[in-house]
Design a protein. Structure first.
Length: 421
């Protein structure tokens, strides 16, 4: 009888047919924490269950919860059934409180051991994520796959599979996993390309393949996952957007045919009293640096301002050209800028300013990129009456729209608080 009641009760909880799952867990913990009577004999669980079923007779549920022992038996068996699907999905703070309960340690030592291992694993993941986040500004991610500094942000409430139980939610969760893997694969492919010395034409071919894969990934993303993907996009952007992509020494040596000449060059630069005027610029293979009349204008193209890992996120946004995703991403960027701007603590100010600048750069891209037009920068079209009329009309319409960020409110707040940032 008790086993059947436990099965019915746990089924109702697992299928979310109870008004409040946390309230039921609270009841089970209270039943498990009841003090046993000092005058009663400690009867094993199986023996207690057998005696209850015999003494119940025709009225099977009479006296089922009349003793402390029966209450603890019911709670222990129910919590055991709910360990994997429910208890393991609890938040970090609640899980820590649960494994520290004396009644849990006494009655359910195996469950406590399993939950404690899960708790320790989460602690290690959180510690690693925090250490990487703190050191990411000064790091340089290379193209080698042997040094993967890239970590995927994980939110237990949002990303745990246990929160997607129905058919529709399972489909949503599977689409998230597939889309995230595709996006991360293309990001790592970009790191390999930019982290290796390649001929520009060969690199353009690989970048074209990445663009095609990004379009396919966005085409397969479900509308219900647009907001989630905007969060993943911004989290990864903040994680590696300020990190440069540089080639490794091993990749450079592969491209050098005359090793002796390289050694002589190395001795010249490392010798005492050598050349004083050393350039801090990277040596890159770029066909845009050729001396031509269009060289100065090509340097002013939008992609010129998105270097390092920012180039991948720029390429992705320009390639997928998704209105729905852009709306979600704009809201996300504005929310993050407002959140960072509201921090009054001077600690970490430099890093925070750099991150705000990064977010503002991509926000500006989303706002102004629909108006980018290469023909309007041509000197001939600047004197064309039709082009100038269209530009003035578009500018007049833009002046009637509400700005995405209220800069005047920011400036007034800075004036009142006496701080610029």
């Amino acid at each position: 009888t008790l086993n059947r009641l436990v099965g019915i009760y746990t089924t109702l909880i697992l299928h979310q047919l109870v008004p409040s799952v946390p309230l039921e867990l609270h009841l089970l913990v209270r039943l498990l924490s009841l003090n046993t009577d000092s005058g009663t004999r400690n009867v094993p669980f199986e023996e207690a269950d057998a005696k209850e079923s015999v003494s119940a007779g025709i009225i099977k549920f009479r006296g089922l919860f009349s003793t402390t022992r029966s209450c603890r038996v019911f709670a222990s068996r129910a919590l055991t059934e709910l360990e994997t699907p429910v208890l393991s999905s609890l938040g970090h703070v609640v899980l820590r409180k649960l494994v520290e309960l004396p009644s849990m340690k006494e009655v359910l030592p195996d469950v406590v051991g399993s939950l404690r291992r899960l708790f320790d694993e989460r602690n290690r993941v959180l510690d690693r994520a925090e250490s990487l986040e703190g050191a990411v500004v000064g790091m340089s991610i290379t193209g080698s796959s042997n040094t993967p500094f890239l970590t995927v942000p994980f939110d237990e409430n949002r990303d745990s599979k246990h929160n997607y139980r129905s058919r529709d939610r399972t489909l949503l969760f599977n689409n998230r996993e597939e889309s995230r893997d595709k996006f991360m694969f293309q990001l790592r492919a970009f790191q390999e390309i930019r982290g290796t010395v390649l001929d520009p034409a060969q690199a353009d071919v690989y970048i074209s393949d990445i663009k095609v894969a990004c379009r396919e990934m966005m085409h397969g993303l479900l509308p219900g996952n647009m907001g989630w993907f905007a969060g993943l996009f911004t989290n990864l952007l903040l994680q590696i957007g300020l990190v440069a992509v540089e080639e490794t020494d091993k990749d450079v040596l592969k491209q050098v045919a005359d090793k002796d000449r390289l050694k002589k060059l190395h001795r010249r630069f490392t010798a005492k009293g050598g050349q004083k005027n050393k350039s801090s610029q990277r040596l890159v293979l770029d066909n845009n640096n050729k001396s031509s009349p269009t060289a100065s204008s090509s340097s002013l193209q939008p992609e010129h301002f998105f270097s390092g890992h920012q180039e991948f996120f720029f390429i992705f946004l320009r390639t997928v050209d998704s209105y729905q995703f852009s709306i979600h991403l704009r809201r996300r960027l504005v929310g993050l800028i407002n959140e960072m701007n509201s921090v009054a603590d001077a600690r970490g100010l430099e890093n925070r300013v750099l991150r705000i600048q990064l977010l503002a750069k991509f926000l500006g891209m989303l706002v102004f990129s629909p108006h980018w037009n290469s023909t309007s920068t041509d000197a001939i079209n600047k004197t064309n009456a039709a082009v100038m009329a269209d530009s003035k009309e578009a500018l007049a319409h833009l002046n009637c729209t509400t700005p995405i960020l209220n800069l005047r409110a920011y400036i007034e707040e800075c004036w009142r608080n006496g701080r610029l940032v």
